[in-house]
Design a protein around this ligand. Structure first.
Ligand code: AGP
Length: 608
């Protein structure tokens, strides 16, 4: 949940690290800091608030040097403050450390160091690291050894970068359960929590793996694994991202940009995979487990947040298209359950970032179960992508806004593909759905073209304090997702509910101050949804609905209607989601909130 950037090389480090922090700010943005070393001197500058405040502060002093590390924080231990901001340092400011993750045994280490005379000035767990390195440096006189020794004392999750005046031309980096990537340039290296900060400089990257320790100088990067699984110089991989996808372009923020990428997202998720002329689905990422898939008789989907709601849509898709029983569990619940698994079970982990701690923990739990572990992941090379036996990348490109939008679109698209693949063509839906997936980008574009109509309705409802989202069948998880979008960027209390549950409680909340957003697109359940709408209207509840273009009756029943083009039941969630993403976006924008960086949240929840 924090962003780390480091630079060592032929260029000035300051601007590269600060720009990198700005591009990683979606990972955490309550405070930021940078440490630079030039010759034998270190400079440490920290600031509460967003990275732009740090940039202003740094530009006042313009520290020099070609070695620096920086950090943008999402507070876990200790409130946002200058003292708690990273980099953290030892007393004589010769060692600077930035960290993402949680040091679980920090109190024990802190107590030991205090007993040896060390003084702590922050409330963070991270501060034990520079003092621990200092302790070993003073006892061993060798910085390499001091860094390794300190790492071996730590338990928990970490991505660490450290620089020191004792090791002037080196960045030390280490990774355990928290992502860290090294960009390999010409006579320079850029270290970062994810490739977003590296892409403007190079596409050649090395993804550090658990227990990797990197010693990076201007012209080489030496990696040692604490579990002795590797040693030496590692060949970089090539990133397949297109750099301008990361840039904002003419959009006012990333969220609106990413919502508008829905047509392209559907296209990149299906290109080369949906071959309707051959009546074929091709998922290269699953080819190595093709035989095992034939024996799968149960699927458990594990995910969090929006990805969990995509998983709930996937349950309907896979059960009804492929005829395989599916259960969807919140990763944070799954990891503590003690449930039986047969070897013919497959686990599907869905994650945009591929770094969500709960989802990683869920996969770790079943590591020894002998079950097939699949990933539906967006971030290439991420931890979850590497932990699974096989998977299908979403190829949506980096998603920067904290509120997930295009990733949900990609996930539901990919789940349609997986359902079709698992059906082995034995469903009457096969050909129609292949064709519809190819036609879907145009339909998504049509929905985006109705943005002004959506905005008009959104502004009408922006001042309500509560909202109910209801849907039936495959639209029920879409209602849950719509409620999440609204609450996480506009801070309005919003609940998603199965429409059929209204009489079992939620109806009691309804009055003229409690609007309901009804997804009324299902062909075979429309009458039932109409009954729910009438129950709500009878209690003076305002109702706005999403309906199919062809539905001309519904506007007599509800206060406002937002339309989507005709499409199949299986692809309706994609078009409905775009409407609700824009609805939430325009309300939050009207309230003047930072839609890319909603309060209290971060893009990737890499701590449990
Ligand atoms: C969704 O808008 C949120 N940002 C959040 O719920 C997110 O979906 C969740 O944290 C899971 O993240 P992941 O897909 O990267 O695993």
């Amino acid at each position: 949940m924090c962003g780390i950037v480091g630079y060592i090389g032929k260029r000035e480090s300051r601007g590269i690290v600060l720009d990198g922090l700005s591009s990683l700010e979606y990972r955490g943005y309550d405070s930021a800091g940078i440490a630079l070393i030039e010759g034998g001197d270190g400079t440490l500058i920290k600031q509460v608030g967003q990275v732009k405040g740090l940039i202003k502060k740094v530009n006042k002093t313009k520290p020099k040097g070609n070695l620096a590390i920086g950090h943008t924080r999402w507070a876990t231990h200790g409130a946002p403050s200058i003292l708690n901001a990273h980099p953290h340092t030892n007393k004589d400011e010769t060692i600077y450390v930035v960290h993402n993750g949680i040091i679980e045994n920090y109190t024990e280490i802190k107590t030991k160091l205090i007993s040896k005379g060390y003084v702590f000035i922050s409330d963070t767990d991270t501060e034990v690291i520079p003092h621990l390195i200092d302790y070993y440096w003073k006892n061993l006189g060798d910085f390499d050894k001091a860094f390794y020794k300190a790492l071996k004392d730590l338990t928990g999750a970490y991505a660490i970068a450290a620089i020191s005046t004792h090791a002037k031309n080196t960045i030390y980096a280490a990774r355990l359960s928290s992502p860290l990537v090294i960009g390999v340039g010409t006579d320079e290296y850029i270290l970062a929590s994810d490739p977003t900060a590296i892409m403007p400089h190079t596409k050649k990257v090395i993804f550090l793996e658990d227990y990797d320790v990197a010693k990076i100088s201007k012209n080489n990067c030496y990696i040692h694994n604490l579990k002795k699984t590797k040693e030496g110089i590692q060949e970089p991989e090539l990133l397949d991202y297109d750099n301008n996808v990361v840039l904002l372009g003419d959009y006012p923020n990333f969220m609106l940009k990413e919502i508008n990428e829905a047509p392209a997202t559907i296209k990149t998720a299906t290109t080369g995979r949906v071959l309707s002329s051959q009546n074929l689905i091709k998922l290269g990422g699953l080819e190595n487990v093709e035989q095992q898939l034939k024996y799968i008789d149960r699927i458990v989907i594990v995910a969090c947040g929006t990805s969990y709601y995509a998983g709930l849509v996937g349950e309907y898709l896979i059960e009804e298209i492929a005829g395989i029983p599916v259960e969807v569990q919140l990763a944070s619940e799954f990891k503590y359950r003690d449930e039986p698994f047969s070897r013919s079970t497959a686990i599907i982990a869905i994650s945009q970032s591929g770094e969500t701690a709960d989802t990683i923990a869920a996969l770790k739990k079943v590591e020894s179960y002998g079950v097939l572990r699949l990933g539906v992941v967006n971030a290439v090379g991420s931890t979850i992508a590497r932990m699974t036996d096989a998977g299908v990348y979403c190829h949506a490109g980096p998603e920067q806004a904290v509120a997930s939008t295009k990733a949900f679109i990609a996930q539901v698209t990919v789940l349609n593909l997986i359902a079709l693949l698992l059906s082995n063509g034995r469903t009457k839906q096969f050909k129609p759905l292949l064709m519809e997936l190819e036609a879907l980008p145009e339909k998504a574009k049509t929905v985006l073209e109705s943005a002004e109509a959506i905005k008009k309705v959104a502004l009408k409802y922006k001042d309500y304090k509560d909202f109910l989202f209801i849907g039936r069948h495959i639209a029920y998880p879409v209602a849950l997702e719509g409620a999440l979008k609204l609450k996480e960027i506009s801070y309005i209390h919003a609940e998603g509910y199965a429409a059929g549950e209204m009489k079992h409680g939620p109806l009691a909340m309804i009055d003229d101050k409690f609007p309901t957003f009804a997804i009324a697109t299902s062909n075979h359940l429309l009458e039932k949804t109409y009954s729910n709408i009438e129950e709500i209207k009878a209690r003076k509840g305002p109702v706005l609905a999403i309906a199919n273009n062809s539905n001309k009756d519904i506007n007599k029943l509800v206060d406002d209607v937002l339309y989507i083009p005709e499409t199949l039941e299986q692809t309706k969630p994609i078009l409905e989601a775009i409407v609700m993403q824009l609805f939430a976006y325009y309300i939050a924008e009207a309230k003047g909130y930072n839609v890319d960086r909603p309060r209290n949240l971060a893009k990737s929840v890499t701590v449990e």
